[in-house]
Every structure is written in C-alpha cells, then in structure tokens.
Write a protein that binds this ligand. Sequence first.
Ligand code: BGC
Length: 766
Amino acid sequence: MIVRKISAIAAALTLFSASAFSQVLPVLGKNSLKDVIAAMTLEQKASLVVGTNRSYMAPPEAAPGMVVRPTPDFSAMIAQMQSEGASFEQAVTAFSQGKVAGAAGEGYKIDKLEIPGIVYADGPAGLRIDPTRRGDSNEYYCTAFPTSSVLAASFDTELVGEVTRAMGNEVKEYGVDVLLAPAMNIHRNPLCGRNFEYFSEDPVLAGKIAAAYINGIQSNGVGTSVKHFAVNNQETYRNGIDAHLTERALREIYLKGFEIAVKEAHPWTIMSSYNKINGVLASENKFVLTDILRGEWGFDGFVMTDWWAEENGARQIAAGNDLLMPGTQHQWDEIVDGVKSGRLDEALLDKAVENILRITLRTSTFNDYKYSNKPDLAQHAEITRRRGSEGMVLLKNDGALPFTKKTKKIALFGVDSYDTLVGGSGSGNVNRKYKVNLDEGLTLAGYRLTPSVSDEISSYVKQQKAGMSENFWTVPVIPEKPISSVMAIQAAKESDIAVFTIGRMAGEGGDRTLTEGDWFLSDAEMDNLRTVCEAFHAAKKKVVVVLNMGSIIEMASWKDLPDAILHAWLPGQEAGNSIADVLCGKVNPSGKLPTTIAVKYEDYPSANNFPFSNDNPSEVCYDEDIFVGYRHFDTKKVAPLYEFGFGMSYTSFSYSGLSVTPSGDGFDVKVTVTNNGKVAGKESVQIYVSAPKGRLLKAEKELKAFAKTALLEPGKSQTLSMHISNYDLSSWDSREEAWVADKGTYTVSAGASSKDIRLTGTYELR
Ligand code: BGC
C-alpha cells in the first residue's frame, strides 16, 4: 500500500515537473500520428523516409540512361543521431551493424519520439540473414523453403499457407519485421533470370498464390513487401529499361496479380521496381503508386523502393513512394532541399512519414517482441520436404514411374543429382544449414546407387566444386561429365532403372540466355542423355529425367528420348528427399505448369522483344499486349509442347456435375472430381472463362479460378466450389477508361489443363 502511494506521488511529481519545466514530446503509440509528425523536424522526417543504408549490397552498375550515386556519405545522418544524444561511435556502429546481421536494410530510429528502426530482410524462398555472427557461437540458419515456382505449380493456396506460416515464423523469431517477398512479376518470357522467384504467366494464378503467401507470412504478426511493382519482367538493364505497354496490358496482365494480392491479403508494404513504365520510373510513378494502388485498390500500407533505385528522392516521395531503400545521402539531401525550396510539398512528406509510422505500430520491433532466435527448423524442414514434392510436375510417364517394387538399384546420372539445386542466386538465396542432394535422398529412401556411375560422377562433382566459389550473384555451375557408351551399357546391366538430372541455375542481375547449356541442352547433356537412353532401352530398362531448375528449357528436341520426365523445380533444402518421395510413389505428383512450355523459343510472343527492342538497350516494347502465355498460344492457335496447367498423376481423375449458378456479384462454380485410379492423389481444377464477342479483342479463354482437392483415395470424390465475380470477367477499355464486361453468354470451362477441358457450362451476364 505504502509502496503504491509513494509511486503515485512520484508519478504525479514527474508529470508536474515534465509539464512545468520541460517540453513533453509526443511518442509513437501513445500520441496520435499527427502529433508525433508535428513534433518532427524536417531533417528527422527526411531521415525516416530514407533507409539507414545498412545493406550488404553494393549499388548496382549504372544502366544506360541511369545515374548511380557513389557510396553515400552519411555524415548528416550521423550528425542527426548525435544531436539526439548518441555518441559518434554509437552512431557509426548503429549504421554499420543492424539489429539483425545480414538483413537487407533497416529504418531510421528516433529515440526521443520512441520510433524504432524496423528491419527488412529478403526473400521469397525463406528468410535471408547471416547464419553466423562475429563473436557469437550461436547459429542463425534459416530454412530454404520450396521456391515460388513450386508454390505456383501446386495450384494450392492451402499448401502455400502452410509453407508461408512456417516461413513467417522464422521472420518473427529472428527479430525481422518485414520479409521482402513475395515476388510476383509475370513470366513474360522464359529467360527472365528471376522467374524462379515469380509465380506464373497468368495474373490470376500469381495473384491468388501471392495472397495466400502474404496471409501466411502476416498471420505471424510480421509484414510482407510485395515486389517488384511493376512491369519488372527481366533483369537485363533492370535499372533503367523503359517498358512500353498499353494501359490495358498494364492493368489486365502486369498489375492484375498485385491487385488481387492487395485486395485479398492487405500486404503491409509494396516494393516498387527499378524499371520505367511508359517513360516514368516505377518508383516515381504517381499513376501506378498513388492513383491506382491507393486510389483504386485502397492499399493502406507503405511503398518502398527496390535497393538503390533512385534518380530523385523528392520525386519518389511526391509520387507516393514512402520509403527509399536502402537509403542514400543524395536522396536525403533532395528531400530536405526540395521542401526548403518549395519543390516538394511538405504535406506529401508528412503523408509518407504517416504511412511508415502506421505500419511501424504493428511491428515486433515497436512492440518489443522477445524473439527467440530459435525457430523450429526441424518442423520447417518436414514441411519443406512434404510440400516441395507436391508442386512437382510430371510431364511424361511411359510406365517408368513410380518405381516398382522390383526397383532396387538406380544408375544416377547428371551432376545435379549429386549437387542438387535447391534455390536460385541473389537476394532470393537463403543461408540454409544443409541441403539434401538426390543421391542422398534416394539412398535414404532405401535404394542402392550403381557404384560405377555414382562413384565416378560424385567424385567428379567434388573435385569440380573444390575449385569454385559461390557469391551473391552466382552459384557455380558444374559442366556435365561425358558418359561413354561402355559405361552406360555396363550401368544398364547392373541397374534396374536410370535417373538423369538436368539442372539450371539463375538469379537476379542477369537473364538466362538462348544458348546451349542454358535454354538448350549442352552438347554433353544431349550426348549423355542419348547414350544412357540407348543403353538402357537396349537392356529393356527405363530412363527418368528430373528437371532441377526454377524455370523451363527447350524440350522438343529431346523429350522423346526418356520414358518419364519430372519437373522438380528448385524445391528447397529437402530437395533430394522431396524428389525421391515422388519417384518412389510415396507422394503422387499433383503439380501443374504455371507457364507454357513452347515447342520453340520463337513461339513465345515476347521472343522478338526480349530483353529489349529496336536494338535499343533502354527500351522494351510489349507488342504482344495482353496475349501473354496461353492467352497467345490458344488465341493464335500455336500448339505448345506442354500447355499451361498441364501435369500428370499416378492416378486418373474424372470430372462431373459442373454447375454455374448466379450468385451475388457474379456466379458460383461447382465441380465434382473423382479418383478413378488405383492410388490416392490430389487434383487441381482450373476454371477458364471465354467471353462473348464484344467491344474488345479477348483471349480465347482466361483462367478465372482454381481449386485443389484434398488427398482423394481411389474411388473417392470431392466437390470443389469457386466464386467468380462480374468484375473478374471485365477488361480494361482504354477509350472509356473503365473496366467493362460485355453482356451475353460466357462459356465456363472446367479443365485439368488449359487444353484438357473436361466440362463446360454457361453464364449469362445481363
Ligand atoms: C532485389 C530485391 C531485394 C533487394 C534487397 C534487390 O536487388 O531486386 O528483390 O529485395 O535487393 O536485397
């Protein structure tokens, strides 16, 4: 009682002395944002909207037409911290070493106003931070989860939810506030170096998968940064390339996925991209960042730039780009000078500050969350193994898979069988504790590897790797070792089956190339595949090819050689186990292609305009307009090799009872799927809609919804329900500057792929 009285008196005295003798500053969380902002100096506001430059990355090379600032001088910001009470040493240390080592960036903090510096870290396939710290014996490894291609190919929002809830838990438990993911640019061209970080050629698939991703991460109370907004569909000259496209293509293809993600999942933040959109840098593009994103879609978080994207800081703020990352002195100067000279309206700066502070209130750092630094990595590895296998796509199977009971001994070819690729390079690469290669996965699953093959290739791989080193931009690629026919014939005698892995590595900063060893098989790969197939087929044994890459390659020239082809993507650190689970039949593959595999590269509608147009490295013209991916192949009647949405199973499914019922703002679709085969499996159903003839040229059909069954035992059925709104049917009419859906009869198709349409119904739009 006495103690309580004394503290009450002390509190009253403190209050009295504070109000009587000093000015009480408002603080974040206790006072209104308005009051907190009113208490800030212009310099503090500028510091808050410019990151603290704590980044492990150097500024990029200048692209044509782009200015790259020298390493910034942060003297003004350090002076600012000193004026707030920090010693010079403290200020410098704070700049050079953030709260979480290896995070991509950190925000500015203002202690007097109780504004913390929030922490941002990559990336799409798991948290990217430093796994070890100087003077600290603890480890901070993160899980390399299945990459985005796997998530999209699953066509399964529930799967994405499970993976990203686990991923978000690592973000939270390692003290990071915002994960710089998901990345969701459209697969406009198969050679884009970051396609493994992106989802699909289709905006509805990309948007729904992204929404599930954001919801999963954010269910942990940490944020996401949906990137790269927008039209960042290539890495070549990414810092300055000007993408020319119609407003219709912009809205229907390149923004649609972001729109779905914003409306369905409310990401805390968005990351603007490096490129220009119709002449205006994405980070200075008011039309996209303010008019559309906030005005039309109601986005209520904040926008940050991609790292080092800058030309003019004041213009970025004025356009609605609230935070400039990782922050340069030059941007800070422009903002301060801009306001002083009247070129930047201070109200716009205040708005940016307010947007950042509103989100800051939700962060772990602000709420002083006591993170453990001990997420359950074993549990996350289990999720990675199980879910990684479910996004794999079985492209061909002439009775080779799953392995039969008689399969005991495997001849394992391909360097990537012994150095399996689990993720890409660049900021999307995760510092994982370990990875499981395919040789290990098969051995753990109880198979024996034919030593004459595995000993030779694995020691070659070890020897090659010894002389190579990995860095941020590149993960070394080991060339195939030539296989002699003597070796292949001997292996065919000794083994029950052959598995041949073909891998490709890619990552940010560069696109893939139309060359042998990248888009095409290398001579050594082609020769080895031929040699192995000849030897095994002569011995009446099968050959299975495993594709281990984040995107796709040319396949028409070799797909007839092997008996089965499994696209395993980059499935995360449990790769070897996940692939082995599918090969042996423990998991029935249920992934479907999120991107069309064309017969030849020239069949892609962007082929003539990638990575730039008119021999001008500063511009790329999206001449194909809205006809991207299957929209082009279907409408222009170009036969693909493997169509969008295609993927086989070890069982077979029939579709029945399609119903299309008007409901609310559109219609409900129901379809029943039955497993008619002999093993349990999952099936994803795709709903395509074809519009009646109307004002605008439309694609033959467009994906509008999809859903996946649970694991169906043989003979079992499940009815899937989806809703499609009239707005979903609409197209952007540039003449009317509006979304329009023509009245009339729409064909509603339920497909196992974009070509394998099983049932059709109709919907009348009146
Ligand atoms: C990448 C972003 C990434 C950022 C921070 C940039 O180079 O484009 O995707 O989030 O770096 O690492």
